[in-house]
Design a protein around this ligand. Structure first.
Ligand code: KDG
Length: 314
């Protein structure tokens, strides 16, 4: 059993050490990244049990992914695919504040994920199923795995969480929008930026957008404004949270951290305002260092951040 189960593609990540065109990067830090495994790490660091399912290659990068997630306390269900390599993500720094992500993931092991890879018992035993709309963009079998997992979770009364995580390298806004509109009615918690929300409902204004999305089904709609904070519409009640004051080093992974913070506090039974605040704090931590997940907070870290209006902590 687990508190949260998630699945998707996790890739080996090469992050350029220096700023400039990638061809001059010369050296890279090797790590890993994957929206869903980032969430699993975040939830585990915040004190809950998280399981991650995915395919990796039968290669060094697959081992890296398995070992790193294990080290983070995630219940890793990594299937080593003998016929395809672990996908790669290359993160360049075109300028000091412009990150350039390239994928080498077509036909990767992760994209070959299928419904049979998901243990229905694991889903039924969880309290939360978290998916992202990256997975349906990977392949037909991966898309079917998402559909199947959501149906399984719903039938068992497991909370279904979906982060839009729109990736334009993988599909067009039209394709993503059509899938999201078909799926959102089966989702309890929806995480989106304003632009992502508009893939589903073309509505101006954050409050209006959240209302339109909630009408489609999700009981909890979370709209993220990046460095401007976030809002939540839950059971008709709107909440807003100010951002935390941090220096952004690398914004990639902030959304996953936000989802992890929110879901961890949902699991802990926290009040809505607390839950949204933890989500914002986790998102803020995520941008403070290089890497997609490395700076995700533990519970004891959360009190380190202050909102600008809170003044100085002594
Ligand atoms: O949200 C961050 C993720 O996007 C990153 O870690 C890698 O899953 C990934 C993707 O497809 O971009």
């Amino acid at each position: 059993t687990t508190d949260l189960v998630t699945f998707g593609e996790t890739m080996a990540l090469f992050a350029a050490r220096r700023t400039g065109p990638m061809r001059f990067a010369r050296d890279f830090d090797l790590g890993l990244g994957g929206a869903e495994s980032n969430v699993a790490i975040g939830v585990a660091r915040l004190g809950h049990r998280a399981a991650w399912v995915g395919r990796v290659g039968a290669d060094e990068f697959g081992d890296l992914i398995r070992q790193t997630l294990l080290g983070e306390g995630v219940d890793v269900r990594a299937i080593a695919d003998p016929d395809a390599p672990t996908g790669l993500m290359i993160k360049g720094r075109r300028t000091a504040d412009l990150i350039d992500v390239r994928y080498y993931r077509k036909d990767s092991a992760g994209s070959r994920l299928c419904a049979d890879d998901l243990d229905p018992e694991l889903i039924r035993s969880a309290r939360v199923l978290h998916v992202s709309a990256i997975t349906p963009a990977l392949s037909g079998t991966a898309r079917e795995a998402v559909r199947h997992a959501i149906a399984e979770a719903r039938a068992a009364g497991v909370l279904v969480s979906l982060d839009v995580n729109y990736r334009r390298a993988l599909w067009t806004p039209g394709e993503a929008g059509a899938w999201l509109r078909r799926t959102v009615g089966d989702v309890d918690v929806l995480f989106a930026t304003e632009a992502e929300g508009r893939l589903i409902a073309d509505v101006e204004g954050a409050t209006e957008l959240a209302g339109a999305l909630a009408k489609l089904g999700p009981r909890h709609v979370l709209i993220k404004f990046g460095a401007e904070g976030a809002m939540e519409l839950s059971d008709g009640v709107e909440l807003r949270a100010d951002p935390y004051d941090v220096t952004e080093v690398d914004p990639v992974g902030a959304g996953d951290a936000f989802a992890a913070g929110w879901l961890a506090d949902w699991l802990a039974g926290a009040e809505p305002a607390q839950r949204l605040s933890t989500a914002c704090a986790a998102g803020a931590f995520a941008v403070t260092s290089q890497g997609d997940w490395e700076s995700l907070p533990r519970r004891s870290d959360l009190s380190l951040l202050r909102r600008p209006t809170d003044g100085v902590s002594r």
